[in-house]
Design a binder for this molecule. Structure first.
Ligand code: SF4
Ligand code: SF4
Length: 432
């Protein structure tokens, strides 16, 4: 089957599930052996748990270089890694993605546009039927670039903003970063670029700005995309201060329910489903099954938020390339095997919440088969109370700037709120 790109078919990985072409083509291989007698269509989510021939949501961090120094950067970006893949190596990766019929990639970093060959690689990808969605702080999105982007149906742009005001945004992303992002959004709007995304990491300081974020998106003709703060990269250092309180998680859930499909969330908030109905999006951890990360030197991790040796599946420069890592690595095979759910399987919300985010558990020192640290039933907070935070796993690699960066960000201090105690504890009798 030829992967056919739909114009601007590079929106939300989850919103686009219905239009997924190549990976879902492999669903046939995960149906029952009796399918030929009585056709049985597996639930999509069950198929995802077994893994697909190619990732649906492939994130490729092209560089660790970045002009900013956001306090919660999941990849601890700042300085370029001298082993970064060359232009020719990147093109070979794109060739392989085309062969695997990966129909789009999320490109990030670092700030990917600071690579001198960035636009060349974008053009090469789209010319090879691999659509591009890239995340940027906006630094290179000039009027001219915006006009050029508006001319392509296969490139989507996501501008990062972590506050609906300069005060809230710049506290985590650095002085001047709000104005820079808004300038990029304005340039895109002026160029009639259709449906840019505003990507927000939800924090304790911006949950109160949800309506203001939506207003900002409306102003620029953009779509809002909310993501969860994970304790990954430099985010591990500020997670305690910045992750939303329990009351804010409820506020966020109610707000997302009210917005329906109008706000993108990917797989960020499926742990909030334990408040009630599931939210639109991918309601399971897709790490190594439908999601993975290629880092700037070609290392392949189970998920963009799990940059640690424990989740390193291999390197695409090895024989067999990316396909070999994706299809055969020991780690991904293990992640695709049936999971027990551990302590969480005794929770009445397990079917919807599934124990939450693997990366969030790992970097906060919680067992992977236990509750999410932000479990909305309060069990994560209980479990965290028994964790020696100093012994938590540290993310692999720190590429942070070694000298202060212009517009250096600062964190706002907030007191830690007490844990919510719940009536039913799936951790009973289990040591974290
Ligand atoms: S580890 Fe967390 S962020 Fe990564 S795929 Fe799983 S749920 Fe998503
Ligand atoms: S106990 Fe586990 S399954 Fe239940 S709500 Fe908390 S994280 Fe989700």
């Amino acid at each position: 089957m030829t992967a056919i790109l739909e114009p601007r078919a590079v929106t939300s990985p989850v919103a686009s599930l219905a239009s997924v072409t190549s990976p879902v083509a492999s669903l046939a291989s995960v149906t029952s052996p009796v399918a030929s007698l009585a056709p049985v269509t597996p639930r999509l989510v069950d198929s995802f748990e077994l893994g697909l021939d190619a990732p649906i949501c492939l994130t490729w961090e092209l560089t660790y270089a970045c002009n900013l120094a956001c306090v919660h950067c999941l990849s601890s970006s700042g300085r370029r890694d001298p082993r970064e893949l060359s232009t020719a190596q990147c093109k070979a990766v794109i060739d392989e993605l085309q062969r695997m019929q990966v129909f789009y990639v999320n490109i990030g970093g670092g700030e990917p546009t600071v690579r001198s060959d960035f636009w060349e690689l974008v053009d090469y990808a789209t010319a090879h039927q691999v659509g591009v969605k890239f995340s940027t702080n906006g630094v290179k999105i000039t009027s001219e670039v915006a006009r050029r982007l508006a001319g392509s149906d296969y490139v989507d742009v996501q501008i990062s903003l972590d506050g609906a005001t300069a005060e809230v945004n710049d506290a985590v992303r650095g002085a001047g970063s709000f104005d820079m992002a808004c300038r990029a959004l304005q340039n895109l709007a002026d160029a009639s670029f259709a449906d840019a995304k505003i990507s927000v990491v939800c924090t304790r300081h911006n949950i109160g700005q949800l309506d203001a974020f939506q207003a900002l998106a409306d102003r620029y003709g953009a779509t809002l995309r909310l993501t969860r703060l994970r304790p990954s990269g430099r985010g591990a250092d500020v997670w305690d201060q910045l992750h939303p309180t329990m009351a804010q998680q409820r506020e966020l859930y109610d707000w997302l329910v009210a917005q329906g499909e109008g706000v993108l969330t990917g797989d960020s908030f499926f742990h909030l489903a334990a408040f009630g109905d599931a939210l639109p999006g991918l309601n399971l951890c897709g790490a190594g099954r439908v999601v993975c990360l290629i880092d700037p030197i070609g290392d392949v991790y189970a998920c963009p938020f799990a940059i640690h040796d424990a989740f390193l599946a291999g390197n695409l420069l090895s024989p067999g390339g990316f396909a070999q890592v994706w299809r055969r690595s020991e780690l991904f095979t293990e992640l695709r095997s049936p999971q027990t759910g551990g302590a969480c399987s005794r929770c009445q919300h397990f079917d919807s919440c599934r124990g939450g985010c693997m990366a969030a558990k790992f970097f906060t020192g919680l067992p992977l088969d236990g509750p999410d640290p932000e479990c909305v039933q309060g069990y994560g907070e209980l479990a965290l109370a028994g964790v020696d935070a100093d012994a938590n796993p540290k993310p692999t690699g720190d590429h942070s700037h070694s000298a202060p960066v212009r517009g250096q960000s600062t964190t706002l201090g907030m007191p830690t709120l007490p844990a919510k105690i719940c009536d039913e504890n799936p951790l009973t009798g289990v040591s974290p």
